[in-house]
Write a protein that binds this ligand. Structure first.
Ligand SMILES: [Mg+2]
Length: 388
């Protein structure tokens, strides 16, 4: 079998599902500057949406599909990876992964690796279709019939009363864990910190002691602010504090771990097993969150799981999309991958163009049994399609 073409395309449609983003947003690093510390436009009434996919085609008619991917990934694919892939054996995923990660002098992190990730995931979809098996079976699974999903509450109101009500509702829906997002950071002064803490304490009170609760700062803070926050959060026992500072600040992560009993998580902006190793050997994290969509693909995510398991650190993938992380989770020990993340608002939109929107039921998500990833586009929802 040989790769004959790699195509990227954008599909357009009209979103009809619930919870259209933008909703309430999280803190971000640029908020330090008042001109960037503004609310998004939440008055959107029209709901036109689009999404980019990549398809790998072969001379035997089998193809691999993955998306939505980001526009810079399509650029990397079309300008660098596609010419490299045409004529190659698509089933040799380990060879292609190793070679793609050696291709570009600036390509050890960031958008080059996210582009490689898109291709690697599409290759796994192709291999599953060629061998008529879901990806988790090719990876050695299933290790369990369904994987616990934690409810990731990005986009919902962070007003303490609203957040408390939603937290209680989602606990009642069967979710055994939830993550809430802080809106405020160093640019918002002591008032912002007070509001952050009011939200966190209200959510804890709503779900009760012992319930698994996490918080995310989307690398929007600095070490001093993060230290104050984790010390103030210690009493409500978060399962983790996520991305308090940018992930390359390994020394800051170490100091934060020493500053309180709150476990520290990062990884969604960490690329490949080598960057992950630096966090592990420095004892800088309690939970890793590499995302197969970004860290190098399914091939790399599996290696990161093996590496992390030897350090007794769980890998709870960031939930950019659901399916790649879900297939990996379903083929890993529950000790290594105890949860997948499910972004309640964003997954509805990201999966809109699929025939099936995969969601947790009673807090558990069952991996698709279709060959490959289980991602099938619904032509009925696609009004227009354009090549990139
Ligand atoms: Mg995050």
């Amino acid at each position: 079998m040989k790769i004959t073409d790699v195509v990227t395309f954008r599909v357009y449609g009209r979103y009809t599902g619930p919870n259209f983003p933008p909703g309430n947003r999280q803190a971000k690093a640029l908020d330090l500057y008042p001109e960037f510390n503004t609310e998004g436009d939440t008055s959107v009434k029209e709901k036109p949406i689009s999404a980019i996919y990549v398809e790998i085609q072969t001379d035997e008619g089998v193809s691999g599909l993955f998306g939505p991917i980001e526009e810079p990934n399509a650029f990397t694919i079309n300008h660098t990876l596609k010419p490299f892939l045409i004529g190659r054996d698509p089933l040799a995923t380990e060879l292609l992964s190793d070679q793609m990660l050696r291709m570009d002098r600036h390509g050890h992190s960031g958008y080059f690796v996210t582009g490689v990730s898109s291709i690697d995931i599409a290759l796994w979809d192709l291999k599953g279709k060629a061998w008529n098996q879901p990806v988790y079976r090719l990876l050695g699974g299933p290790t369990r019939p369904a994987v616990p999903a934690y409810a990731s509450m990005l986009g919902f109101s962070t007003q303490p009363e609203d957040a408390a009500k939603l937290a209680a509702e989602h606990k009642d829906k069967g979710y055994t864990a939830q993550k809430w997002f802080f809106r405020y950071g160093p640019g918002d002064g002591t008032d912002g910190m007070t509001r952050n803490l009011a939200m966190a304490y209200a959510v804890r009170e709503a779900v009760g002691p012992g319930y698994t609760l996490m918080f995310d700062a989307f690398w929007g803070w600095d070490l001093a602010y993060a230290t104050e926050m984790v010390q103030q959060l210690e009493a409500i026992e978060p399962r983790w504090m996520e991305e308090p500072v940018p992930p390359e600040r390994i020394g800051s992560f170490r100091r934060l771990r020493a500053a309180s009993r709150v476990p520290i998580a990062t990884g969604e902006h960490v690329y490949t097993r080598w960057q992950t190793k630096e966090l592990l050997t420095a004892e800088a994290v309690d939970v890793l969150q590499n995302d197969p969509d970004w860290t190098g693909g399914i091939s790399e995510q599996v290696k990161i799981c093996a590496l992390a398991s030897a350090f007794e650190i769980p890998v709870i993938a960031h939930g950019h999309s659901l399916l790649p992380a879900l297939h990996v989770a379903a083929a890993q020990s529950p000790s290594t991958v105890p949860y997948v993340e499910f972004l309640l608002r964003y997954q509805e939109v990201k999966q809109f163009f699929q025939t099936t929107v995969y969601r947790p039921e009673n807090g558990m998500v069952t991996p698709p049994t279709l060959p490959g990833l289980g991602l099938v586009l619904d032509e009925g929802k696609i009004e227009r399609r354009e090549s990139l």
